[in-house]
Design a protein around this ligand. Structure first.
Ligand SMILES: Cc1cc2nc3c(=O)[nH]c(=O)nc-3n(C[C@H](O)[C@H](O)[C@H](O)COP(=O)(O)O)c2cc1C
Ligand SMILES: [Mn+2]
Length: 475
């Protein structure tokens, strides 16, 4: 099942009982953000706030679309109870079969068009999401389109955008992001404004594609087509040449002005802590707003994992890491990024371990931009997707003196790592530790302790008898 738009996906969530519709009035000022956050922390449903304080009904907020693996499975048209391992593998298959978008002449996002003096972003109930945020954020669970001025490449990324005025937003695309790189390397040196389109409420897999780490120069629109197994329909913007998903709820067209900054942030971040401060953000002048009648504003009360970010990035980051290791001939079986670790912890399963292999993994995973600060490497006898087994291996197989290696990498660190000092974060300094939870290769087979588990310490005949007589007895 492929969803035509966000609304069809919300209907599917209703069928499976994964969405709560809130008809009573909720305040856009902290209350909606707090409810959404509470639900994440209780593994609760996605939530549709149908009536916001100060706004007519018909201007609603939807949050938590991909906040659980169940909802990701539903978005991908799979049974809701699909295992995390199967979800990862299906994502990997679809990632390798991108489908290019098609261009259509119009679509639902053009039902209403605001130009000139009619532009007013306050028409939409942009939420104040966390106490202490720099302002109301209209762009959180969004996708932002921009273009390489020297080629046909259009990039989609999920970047936050804060409201400043009825026609001014502030953005924060990091220099390490594709939008930030295009801005800094191409538009700013030419003193050209950078056209952009902030898209809110496309179908969920479009947003997942925007959030994923996809190579510079590749189009996330094609990735989204692959994830949906159907091309995304794109339509041209009103005031620039960018193309946006025709089924989106709201499209804010604008220009980032070169060499102009405006206060941006702070914002509760994906690490589960607020590490940022107010900084000089990018100044975005809105040139048009188009939207569907009864627009649905999507939101994420980003913070302590798991939430939509932690769940989806766990999948996309794991596959990126796995493929990078494979390219370096590491015999990797699987990579798991537990959502609870907010992408700071990565579990790598290998066919064959040993300290040289583990050191090599550390080298490969820290040679470029580094997000994770803890890597756990496990042998074949440990299922990397089963954190009970991983914690056990970490506890009993990792030698505290000889099994932990640390590397430091000035200039490539993750500036929102809460345990890094303010100075480290500013200078993009950091360190990553790898935990070798594999048996030393130099140990003889007889030296390796025998595992005392049902499958390892009993003869096959006894195992079979026990399973025959008692196999049906569960917890
Ligand atoms: C809610 C949310 C807000 C985000 N905001 C930003 C942001 O403002 N700037 C940024 O550089 N990355 C931000 N990210 C991370 C990017 O979406 C992510 O790095 C993505 O891969 C960027 O796409 P790109 O590789 O095409 O640049 C955000 C992620 C989430 C979940
Ligand atoms: Mn990109």
């Amino acid at each position: 099942m492929v969803y035509k738009d966000l609304r069809q996906f919300m209907q599917a969530l209703e069928t499976t009982g994964d969405i709560l519709k809130v008809g009573q009035e909720v305040d856009w000022d902290l209350e909606a953000g707090a409810i959404n956050r509470w639900f994440y922390e209780q593994a609760g449903p996605a939530v549709h706030f149908e009536k916001l304080k100060d706004y007519e009904s018909g201007y609603s907020i939807f949050a938590g679309s991909l906040g659980t693996y169940r909802r990701v499975a539903i978005a991908m048209g799979l049974p809701p109870e699909t295992s995390i391992r199967d979800l990862y593998h299906e994502y990997e298959r679809r990632l390798h079969n991108p489908i290019d978008p098609i261009i259509v002449s119009t679509g639902p996002c053009k039902e209403n068009i605001l130009l000139g003096d009619d532009i007013d972003v306050f028409r939409f109930p942009a939420p104040m999401i966390h106490d202490g945020d720099g302002g109301r954020y209209i762009g959180t669970w969004d996708l932002v389109v921009c273009r390489d001025p020297d080629s046909d490449w259009m990039n989609w990324g999920m970047y936050r955008f804060m409201v400043h005025d009825r026609d001014v937003l502030a953005g924060f695309p990091l220099p390490t992001s594709h939008m930030g790189a295009l801005l800094l390397n191409k538009y700013v040196p030419r003193n050209q404004p950078m056209p952009m389109a902030l898209v809110i409420g496309a179908d969920p897999l479009c947003h997942m594609a925007a959030l994923s780490t996809y190579k510079m120069g590749l189009s996330e629109a094609s990735l989204a087509g692959g994830l949906r197994r159907k091309p995304v329909e794109l339509v041209k913007c009103e005031t620039n040449d960018l193309l946006v998903p025709a089924n989106a709820e709201i499209v804010i067209e604008g220009q980032i002005l070169p060499n102009v900054t405006i206060p941006e942030g702070p914002f509760g971040e994906y690490s589960g802590y607020r590490t940022g401060k107010v900084t000089g953000g990018e100044y975005c002048k809105i040139t048009a707003i188009t939207y569907r009648t009864n627009p649905i504003l999507t939101m994420i009360s980003l913070g302590m994992p798991p939430d939509d970010n932690a769940v989806t990035v766990s999948m996309t980051a794991a596959i990126t890491i796995k493929e990078r290791l494979q390219r370096h001939n590491i015999p990797v079986t699987d990579v798991y990024v537990p959502a609870e670790g907010a992408v700071f912890t990565v579990v790598v399963g290998v066919e064959k371990g040993g300290k040289d292999m583990v050191r090599r993994i550390l080298e490969v995973l820290t040679e470029r931009r580094v997000f994770a600060s803890k890597i756990i490497v496990v042998d074949k006898d440990v299922d990397p997707f089963d954190m009970k087994q991983v914690i056990h291996a970490f506890s009993v197989k990792c030698h505290p003196g000889r099994g932990i290696f640390v590397t430091e990498y000035p200039g490539r660190g993750n500036p929102i790592t809460p345990c890094f000092s303010e100075e480290e974060r500013e200078k993009l300094e950091g360190a990553t530790a790898i935990f070798d939870c594999t048996w030393p290769l130099e140990w003889e087979p007889g030296e390796i302790p025998i595992k005392s588990s049902f499958l390892d310490i009993y003869p096959k005949s006894i195992q079979e008898k026990v399973l025959r007589d008692w196999g049906a007895v569960s917890k």
